[in-house]
Design a protein around this ligand. Sequence first.
Ligand SMILES: Nc1nc2c(ncn2[C@@H]2O[C@H](COP(=O)(O)OP(=O)(O)OP(=O)(O)O)[C@@H](O)[C@H]2O)c(=O)[nH]1
Ligand SMILES: [Mg+2]
Length: 320
Amino acid sequence: MHEITKKIIEGDIRAASRLIRDIDDGVTGVRSILKDLYTRTGNGYVVGVTGSPGAGKSTIVDQLIGHLREDGKSLGVLSIDPTSPFTGGAILGDRIRMQRHATDKSVFIRSMATRGAFGGLSRSTKGAINVMDAMGKNYILVETVGVGQDEVDIVGCADTTIVAMPPGMGDDIQAIKSGIMEIADIFVVNKADLDGADQAVSHLTALLELNADKFDNNHWKPPILLVEATRGKGIAELLEYIEQHRQHGLSVDHKIAHSKVHDKISNEIVETIHASLVDKCQAFIDNDSTIEKSVDAILNGDSDPYTESDKLIDQFLHSK
Ligand SMILES: Nc1nc2c(ncn2[C@@H]2O[C@H](COP(=O)(O)OP(=O)(O)OP(=O)(O)O)[C@@H](O)[C@H]2O)c(=O)[nH]1
Ligand SMILES: [Mg+2]
């Protein structure tokens, strides 16, 4: 077992921070540590919080931290922002918003820019979640900004996904377009103190009714909750829904639960193969001057990048 693996299992914050930064930077060697850690994972409950910029995700996370800490739970908090120039630390705004927890040893907050160096966004996120899980955190809260495909992918890492939106025109319409309807386990209309919050709730309710056929029998029907995160209103209810969803996950038809876990693991294998193959192929190219010949051939007008990459892949596959 790696020295760093032992430290992380003991909850060492410096070792964990370092590993998360290395995952974010795509440092080689990270995979063998994650491999070591894997058997220690699977105990932490992962809650994803996503939604449009400024919806109040960090404020909601901050409130959830407060409630869960009162309950004696240990926490890992991961803030994923692919657009951030900061990496491996806390994003400035989040640091301020979650400052009251900064000195609490049972709350471990990190942020990642995840430019995909470790084989894609969801791969890096999953890696960092596993680090926090192996540290023994009871809950891992993952905040992701935006409502694009990347976020939908990241959300695949969560056991329960909260989609937060502020009142106002367009948000709910945009939500359907980007497929966020499908991934939400709980909808939060935040900023209940602002005009239009009730309309947003009824709009969402109507949309869910349109999709009612998806939520038959054993399927979880996402509740819609009105929250005022700045004053902590609705947070206790939000935690109740998270718990209900967790229980639902445990109680649903065994087949559904089994196939979900099956899908998750098979995705993880495929993603790891992708990342691993790219690394190995890259190492092969770096160690070999063949690429220079390919470049020359293209410069001379004798070939093209497609032909040359096919050739290199072929050589790589036959090099073992
Ligand atoms: N009026 C009102 N403002 C809120 C509420 N919750 C959050 N805000 C404010 O909304 C702004 C954005 O909140 P954040 O928690 O940073 O939102 P976010 O979704 O994390 O933002 P990004 O991470 O930048 O996408 C801040 O100024 C908050 O104080 C609320 O319930 N009511
Ligand atoms: Mg935020």
